[in-house]
Design a protein around this ligand. Sequence first.
Ligand SMILES: N[C@@H](CCC(=O)N[C@@H](CS)C(=O)NCC(=O)O)C(=O)O
Length: 175
Amino acid sequence: APLNTLTPSYLAINPMGTIPCIDDDGMVLYESMAINLYLARKYGTSVAPKDAAEDAHMLQWSFFAATEIETTALKISSTFAENLADSETGKAVIEVAARMLRRPFRVLEQHLADKDYLVGDRFTVADLNAAEVVRYAQAHAPLFDAHPAVKAWLERCQSRPAFKAMWDARAAEPA
Ligand SMILES: N[C@@H](CCC(=O)N[C@@H](CS)C(=O)NCC(=O)O)C(=O)O
């Protein structure tokens, strides 16, 4: 959808001019993972940490996704989005990115080998944050075929009714 995030009024609340950004009764916050962690903690429900250890692990997986996966995975999504995946340059970009993602994907694969979700045996904000970042690489199927537990986990996260509702709303937005 067209973005209108560089208006002076929007820049006043998020100087990066990016989405998302929330104003929760005057508490302004940007950075999507920080927003998700804040909303989970403030409003509770099963996606929130139950104790300090869960909280720490949710932070760990969020930082892991943001620092070890996101930038590289975005190279894959942008190559596909620009219809360059079949070009020689695009293939090279994807190959290098997939190689760089092997280590963090191996860690995720091992962690998810005997569990359905990242923390506490249930879908939490850790899965929410990490799955969205892992999704950026999803168009490159060989990476997921080589990591079946990651593939199954991502599909599990994306089969949730809330994800499907978000995705349908997003698909209905004007291009
Ligand atoms: N690290 C930021 C990234 C935010 C971001 O780049 N958002 C994109 C949309 S997904 C955006 O607003 N792009 C518009 C722009 O870069 O001008 C976060 O996770 O919130």
